[in-house]
Design a protein. Structure first.
Length: 604
């Protein structure tokens, strides 16, 4: 019996379809699935790539009619109770189907279940830790869908097939906004369920792609929505119009920056047709009639050429947020401070004084790091604002993405030390600036392996030849205990501190899901659902209630931590870039054996 029909619409996706198919085929889902690939008139090598999987999926070929028509064709051929769409450049996490289908099974009234996503660039590297902002981390009401464009990605959704058929499927007149319209139609039929963790690696489209696609079908979308919902959807339509104008205005800024004033003029004019009363876009349009050099000078920093980030991150404004390209503000890369990150780290710094080893380094750890630095001459870069490491060397520059952490934890700037706001994956420093780089849990605060690789790339850029990097790591044991074993030790009073317990639980959860990465809210949820109440734990262990309550920092958080084994840490360190790689013990505190110091030298 087929429970889930996976429909994959494909157009010219030869470069990405194999990765997508592998993620669908390798689902940890014990029930029947069928995979239907709809080739929507591809002209590249898509057909050849699909032929390699022909024995494991059904292939439908049609003339190019757009994503909506391709999804409808797949749905017509489907026989499952549920339909799950997956775009041909997205990747599912192994538990994607299991988690979303379980949500629908638990609520027979729900017509759709969806999850958060991990936005990635063309290279598959994450550009943010979550797609869904904290204020929208819930299933939407009909009123909310009529007010704003809800962050539901087709690849993250599973739909009851009878509901999809009842609403008539996708509107084939729309090649953009079709998913937004479908969610509205489905919500009329029943509630949605939201799975609050990233289960899809979602490729973020470029400004050019999104601008051309959205603008072309904007008027059709407005017509369809007004015809069905009349004035009830005016707030949504205003926000959509503003987002479309934003994309056009920002595209014009990029074209102006590259010196292409003719195309920039066209983009600004189209933006003004959407929002005629937009002074900045009007001024920008006027500047396109000036000589290139003068236009760039008058445009401020936003219009001047920027260095390309070493990680290949795309630079763009979030569509629909404020005035596009505010000349007083520098364009920020994805992943450099978001509301979701700010929420997590704001709570984290508020609980800082309640933390203790292994979550914070003690004097033994600091002394061991100093020994490993070998008194290297020159400035030292600290990734994070760990106060115990603020004076680890005579001259220290700390960088952290969270302004709240800098304000709440950093001991203050002096002549010899300072903290700046920035992203570890795109460090705001010139090449060969630092003699050494240090961090406490730095690598555990990014995902493995892609986040680790980005950190190593940046280390190679900012370190001087022969420079050393030293990080305290939190390494899962090769054979990790189970959650049940952690619970047994807890109830026996065999765990010394709540902070050691948290890390043991996190590592047990990582072992259970067979991936080094974990959304930190999963740690909180496991503690709440699989362990006794807090008062019982406090009575058995003698732990202070305030220490136990630090687990609430993780509640609803979308931050991703990683707990690789030592072997997994070592496996992705580029041997051609770094030498003298090793691990050193540091300290005798509880769980110190899982917190070794990783050190490496940049090759000269």
């Amino acid at each position: 019996m087929v429970r889930v029909s996976v429909v994959i619409p494909i157009f010219n996706s030869a470069k990405t379809i194999a990765r997508t198919l592998e993620s669908v085929l390798n689902q940890d889902f014990a029930y029947g699935t069928e995979i239907i690939a709809v080739d929507d008139g591809s002209t590249d090598a898509t057909a050849h790539e699909l032929s390699r999987y022909s024995s494991r999926l059904r292939i439908i070929s049609q003339e190019n009619k757009g994503v909506a028509a391709a999804e409808n064709a797949g749905a017509v051929a489907a026989s499952g109770e549920y339909i799950a769409f997956c775009d041909a450049d997205d990747v599912w996490m192994p538990d994607k189907l299991g988690a979303t289908v379980a949500a629908l099974d638990c609520n027979r009234e729900a017509v759709l279940a969806y999850s958060d996503c991990l936005p990635v660039g063309d290279d598959g590297v994450p550009i943010a830790t979550s797609l869904v902002p904290s204020e929208r981390a819930h299933a939407p009401s009909m009123q909310e869908l009529l007010r704003s464009r809800w962050p539901i990605v087709p690849s993250a959704a599973v739909i009851r097939r009878d509901a999809y058929e009842a609403c008539g499927g996708q509107c084939t007149e729309l090649r953009s906004y079709h998913d937004v319209y479908l969610w509205m139609l489905l919500r009329e039929l029943g509630p949605f369920e939201y799975v609050a963790r990233p289960l899809v690696k979602y490729r973020k489209t470029t400004v050019a792609e999104r601008t051309l696609r959205d603008e072309r079908y904007y008027d059709t979308f407005v017509y369809q929505v007004r015809a069905r919902y009349q004035n009830s959807a005016e707030t949504l339509l205003r926000a959509t119009r503003h987002g479309c104008a934003n994309l056009l205005g920002y595209r014009g800024l990029l074209q102006m920056r590259s010196g292409n004033l003719r195309d920039a003029r066209h983009s600004f004019a189209r933006a003004l047709r959407r929002e005629p009363i937009h002074l900045r876009n009007a001024l920008r349009l006027m500047r396109t009639f000036l000589p290139v050099r003068l236009a760039l000078r008058l445009g401020g920093r936003t219009c001047r050429p920027e260095r390309t980030p070493s990680s290949g991150t795309a630079w763009e404004f979030p569509p629909g947020r404020g005035a596009v390209g505010d000349e007083s503000r520098r364009i920020q890369p994805h992943g450099a401070q978001s509301d979701r990150m700010t929420t997590h780290w704001s709570r984290y710094h508020a609980a800082w004084n309640k933390l203790a080893p292994p979550l914070r380094p003690n004097a033994e750890v600091c002394a061991a790091i100093r020994r490993l630095l070998c008194e290297r001459a020159g400035p030292v870069l600290l990734l994070g604002v760990t106060p115990e490491l603020a004076d680890i060397a005579p001259r220290v520059v700390a960088v952290d993405r969270s302004a709240a952490m800098i304000a709440g934890v950093w001991p203050g700037n002096t002549r010899e030390r300072r903290a700046v706001n920035g992203n570890w994956l795109t460090l705001p420093f010139a090449q060969r600036t630092f003699a050494a780089v240090v961090g406490d849990g730095t690598l555990n605060a990014v995902d493995h392996p892609s986040g680790h690789r980005q950190v190593y790339d940046e280390l190679a850029r900012v370190l001087r030849p022969g420079g050393r990097a030293v990080f305290r790591t939190f390494a899962a044991p090769r054979r990790c205990e189970s959650v049940a074993q952690v619970r047994d030790d807890l109830m026996a009073g065999a765990i010394g501190s709540f902070h050691a317990f948290k890390w043991r639980l996190a590592m047990a959860l990582v072992a259970r899901q067979k991936s080094p990465n974990i959304c930190v809210r999963t740690i909180h949820d496991s503690f709440s659902n699989e362990f006794p109440g807090r008062d019982v734990i406090a009575r058995i262990t003698g732990w202070d209630a305030a220490d136990i309550d630090t687990i609430d920092v993780y509640r609803h958080s979308t931050e991703i931590y990683s707990f690789p084994t030592i072997e997994q840490f070592q496996s992705i360190i580029p041997a051609g870039t770094f030498s003298n790689v090793g691990f050193a013990d540091a300290g005798s505190y509880e769980l110190a054996d899982r917190c070794p110091l990783l050190f490496m030298d940049l090759r000269s």
